[in-house]
Every structure is written in structure tokens, then in C-alpha cells.
Design a protein around this ligand. Sequence first.
Ligand code: FDA
Length: 305
Amino acid sequence: MLRTAILAAAGHPTVERLVTTASVAQNLVARYVAGDQVEDAVRVTRDLIADGLTVTLDRLGEDTTDEAAAAATTAGYTGLLEALAAAGVAPPAEVSVKLSAVGQRLDPKLATENARKICQAAAAIGTTVTLDMEDHTTTDLTLDTLTALRADYPQTGAVLQAYLRRTETDCRDLAVAGSRVRLCKGAYAEPESVGFETALDVDRSYVRCLNVLMAGDGYPMLATHDPRLIAIGEERARWYDRTPDSFEFQMLHGVRPDEQRRLAREGYTVRIYLPFGPDWYPYLMRRLAERPAYVALFARSLVSS
Ligand code: FDA
């Protein structure tokens, strides 16, 4: 419930002003985000790879409202890919793209064409793109774009959210050869008509979906920091004889770094979701909603400032 309240409050301009000017926000941003510039993203990517991890980069920004901004985001991604290739870190690093950042709310066809340019730039340097999943009103559009992109770039990855009731079926559709699917719990506020309400139901759905993906023919990407779900992922990898090159764990930069390195030491492929750029506000609010203890920290710092 607190999570839903935080996500609802995040859209309020006064809350945005309070959070973006609070000094405590800067500390949290430094924990979760590589920095403002492409150079910061490349430097942190290099460090993570040196630690035995791999990376998917998110150029922060979403809900673009005009065509010029969508084109600028697209160019930002192609520039990022060139910089990663020049630094010798892509591959293995890839990029994650929110379709709303490249124009999905303006025109889904425009977003698909912009995403295609990013896929083309990624393929040219031998790496991949994963399409992030946003709120449930965009799920069908995003999966349509995925289908269109996979016709030319079959390695394009999808994200499915275990908190949606539809997701087990989507997992069955996508557990096919060549398909890359990131399974996460889901980070948006969703109505009960489409989403599971309790944490237990979301976890149960995650396990059902994980079973479908790990038993299937695709490449599962298990995105969670939840110790129980990670243990189930490790167990299913043994059941289904999944070698380290046939699935991966994924975690967010700044969350459970010791566990990230433990899994890598055990021989698993571990990919870190690494955001960068100045537009960190919505990303930070979703992370706060997952960690209500930070909200108390925030409240105390706002009162004492
Ligand atoms: P849960 O929230 O239950 O957390 C389990 C434990 O992890 C916590 O007890 C805590 O120890 C730690 N933890 C979790 N979040 C933390 C935080 N913010 N700060 C500190 N500790 C934290 N969502 C989405 O809707 N669309 C998407 O495209 C993606 N993409 C994505 C990529 C990757 C690589 C990851 C890891 C996650 C996403 N997500 C996402 C976010 C995802 O849906 C979910 O909100 C978070 O991963 C938190 O869920 P957990 O599975 O970690 O469980």
C-alpha cells in the first residue's frame, strides 16, 4: 500500500520539487545511477566488467512528449553504443530502452522505428537491445514492437512483469528458441483488475513464470534481488540442466552488490542494470517505492532541513 502511495505521490509537481532539491536525494542517486554523462556510464561499465559482471545500460528518460525529444533520445542511444564499442566494453554490455522515451505515447509506429535504429546500431557492434516494460497500458504495444523488431533483430530482449495476471501466458508465448526474456516483479502501480495485490501472490506468479521460462527454449534473464527467488532460480537451473551461457541473473546497480559478486563467483552470468543521465527522478521514485525505509530517511531529512 505504501508502495502504491509513493508511486502516486511521485507524479505530483510539489513532491518532485521537494525530492529533486533534497540533499539526501543526491546520495541515493549516487548509489543507483552511474552519473550524468556517457563517460560516467562507460567508466562504471568498465569497472563492473572488471569485477566479473556484465551490464545493460539505461539512458534515463521516459514519457517523451515530442518528436524532436524522441529523436534526440534515439541519437543518445546510438552515440552511447558507439562509445561503449570504442571503449571495448560492448559486447558484452548491451542497452535497455523504454519505448516511452523514444515516442510510444506520441505514436507507437514512431517509437518502433526509433527503437529499430537503436537495434541496428547495437547489431552493428555485435550487441543487443532489451525493451524495458512500463505500465500495463503499454504491454500490448510493447510486445507488438518486440515482434516487429525481432523479425530483423531476433536477439532483441523483452521484459515481463510477474505482478500482471497475464504474464504467465506471455511467458509461454515467449519461451521459444532465440527469445530473450527478462522476468521481473514489476515496478509500477497497477489496478487489481490486471495485477496481483499481495507480495505473496506476486512471488508465486514469479515462480510460475520462472518455471515456464527455465523449462522453455529461450534465454531467461531472472531480474530480482529476492533471496528466495534467486535460490529457486539456481535450483531450476540444476533441474533443467541450464549452463551459465543459457540464462542469466540480473540486478540493479547499487542493490545487493555483494550478492551480485557472489553469484558471479559461483560461475553464473550476472548482468547489472546501469542507469545514467540527469533525468533520474522517476527512476529514483520507483526505487524508493521498493524500499520504504528510505522514505522515512527522506522525511526526516526534509523536516530537519
Ligand atoms: P523485492 O522488491 O521484494 O526486493 C527483494 C530484496 O531486494 C529487498 O528485501 C531488498 O533487500 C532488496 N531490494 C529490492 N529493491 C531495492 C532497492 N530499490 N533498494 C535497495 N534494496 C532493494 N520493472 C519494470 O516494471 N520494468 C522493467 O523493465 C524492469 N527492469 C528491471 C531490470 C532489472 C535488471 C531489475 C533487477 C529490475 C527491473 N525492474 C523492472 C524492477 C523490478 O520490477 C522490481 O521493482 C525490483 O527489481 C524489485 O523487486 P525484487 O524482485 O528485487 O524484489
